[in-house]
Design a protein. Structure first.
Ligand code: ZN
Length: 122
């Protein structure tokens, strides 16, 4: 028997899980933004020592890197949620084959099968 639709009864828990994940990511992004030294408007420009400036540069770079990572994750989750809505969830966006359910249980935001993802990474 060829399965061409992801079981509906599995979609709604996945959808609520992903929505919750997305909310968590947004919250983390907000929190991490507060750690960005460049956000501190009260700091006196040009009045800090070189050491402090280097530290702030580093802090800003670190926050930016984490934010990038969070953004990447968030957009992947959004993509998966869109595929749930359009009924394409669980199928590879490249080859259209059903994504391994073991893979989906550890990585529910996956929108590609393992082999296509490996191909894309290259
Ligand atoms: Zn594929």
């Amino acid at each position: 028997m060829k399965i061409n639709k992801f079981p509906k009864n599995l979609l709604s828990p996945i959808s609520s899980f992903l929505t919750a994940q997305l909310d968590k990511l947004k919250l983390r992004k907000k929190k991490i933004s507060l750690e960005d030294p460049f956000k501190d408007k009260s700091r006196v420009m040009g009045n800090s020592s070189l050491d402090t400036e280097a530290e702030e540069q580093y802090g800003h770079a670190r926050v930016s890197a984490i934010k990038d990572e969070l953004n990447k994750k968030a957009s992947q989750i959004e993509k998966a949620l869109k595929r749930i809505k359009s009924g394409k969830y669980g199928f590879c966006e490249d080859c259209g084959k059903m994504i391994d359910t073991d893979r989906l249980s550890i990585f529910p935001e996956a929108t590609m099968c393992v082999s296509c993802e490996k191909k894309r990474e290259k």
